[in-house]
Write a protein that binds this ligand. Structure first.
Ligand SMILES: O=C(O)CCC(=O)C(=O)O
Ligand SMILES: [Fe+2]
Length: 250
């Protein structure tokens, strides 16, 4: 594998679409959800963050992703949980995905905490998690109570039952399987997403696109820090707002 590449896919696009999304109801206890939310509250300031969509009128973020794998923070705090997720993913692969990777060495590529408010959605129906093997997705909020809308959608999944009924419910799927999320219509939807891949266990503050060797992405901030010092206070504040969470290839 060239060190700047993603690992080659182990499953064809067509075979990936034929795999089911496996439900793991009540995967997390309410105590574990409290621990994860507390960890997010305490650590998110130190982690990479990306506002994926924002309101055209107010500029408020509608979908914010916090990369809890920054510096492997989540990985160090919740190793047992990540091992449980991987064991469940491998079992789902053996039982339902054609056992295409259950013996492959995989590690967490990224741990993402998603916060989605009304209007936030992942609309692209052919979206998939390129470069990863398994995607593990856990609902942290209470559907119908903390939020409405925001249904997880897997085309051709074969039934209309919701994937997430209660907080703590999880799903696991082949990362190359298409999936999307309908717009949230009320409240705040929170999910934890872990992608496992054949690359190195990453510590960078984003979703790494480089399977091995030093990550080439670094905060744009690092490239312009000197010039920030030369700006007026107003210009610097505007630049800081612009730079927050943005990254660039070096
Ligand atoms: O929000 C979700 O349930 C899934 C999010 C997702 O697929 C992604 O961020 O790639
Ligand atoms: Fe995804």
């Amino acid at each position: 594998m060239a060190d700047s590449d993603l690992p080659p896919s182990r499953i064809s696009a067509a075979d990936a679409q034929a795999t089911p999304v496996v439900r793991l109801p009540a995967f997390l206890s309410s105590e574990e959800i409290v621990e994860i939310d507390a960890f997010h509250a305490a650590q998110s300031h130190a982690c990479g963050r990306l506002a994926k969509a924002s309101c055209a009128v107010t500029g408020a973020a509608l979908w914010t992703t916090t990369y809890l794998s920054t510096d492997r923070r989540f990985n160090a705090r919740f190793p047992g949980l990540l091992a449980r997720m991987l064991a469940a993913a491998r079992a789902a692969d053996r039982a339902h995905f054609g056992d295409y990777a259950s013996r492959v060495d995989v590690v967490p590529r990224v741990v993402e905490y998603h916060t989605v408010t009304p209007g936030g959605a992942l609309k692209h129906e052919q979206h998939y998690d390129s470069g990863s093997i398994y995607t593990f997705d856990v609902m942290l909020a209470r559907p119908g109570d903390d939020f409405d809308g925001g249904e997880f959608v897997a085309p051709d999944a074969g039934d209309e039952e919701p994937f997430f009924v209660n907080s703590g419910d999880a799903i696991v799927f082949c990362s190359h399987r298409h999936h999307s999320v309908r717009p949230v219509t009320r409240g705040t939807r929170r999910v934890l997403v872990v992608e496992f891949w054949e690359g190195e266990e990453r510590a960078c503050g984003h979703r790494c696109e480089r399977a091995s060797g030093p990550c080439r992405v670094r905060p744009l901030r690092a490239m312009v820090e000197e010039s920030l010092g030369e700006m007026s206070e107003d210009d610097r504040a505007a630049a800081e707002r612009f730079l927050r969470g943005r990254t660039v290839l070096s």
